[in-house]
Design a protein around this ligand. Structure first.
Ligand SMILES: [Zn+2]
Length: 98
């Protein structure tokens, strides 16, 4: 479940609530149904978040096969998940000005 916020009016925006979506230069944009503003994920936040998700995935696989013991994998996955969630929540979306 993604919690996204419109940077212009602080209204919740997500795939289901968005007025419209589009892709510009490979960047996924959502249009706020409330104020019609287009916004996208902060680029730096997206990189960090993907890194966290990668750790989450890698850690899960490691944990599943018990690579590096029973602690390392799950811990890596946990930390990765935290990083992904924290960037998602802490860094606001960027307004798209055409
Ligand atoms: Zn809005």
């Amino acid at each position: 479940m993604k919690i996204l916020e419109c940077p212009a009016c602080k209204q919740k925006v997500n795939l289901k609530l968005a007025a419209a979506t589009k892709k510009v230069n490979g960047i996924f944009m959502l249009q706020c149904a409330n104020c019609q503003q287009w916004s996208h994920e902060n680029q730096k936040a997206a990189v960090v978040k993907n890194l966290g998700l990668l750790m989450l995935l890698g850690g899960s696989v490691m944990g599943y096969f018990q690579l590096g013991g029973i602690i390392t994998g799950p811990m890596l996955a946990f930390i990765g998940g935290l990083i992904a969630l924290a960037t998602q929540l802490a860094i606001p979306r960027t307004l798209h000005t055409p």
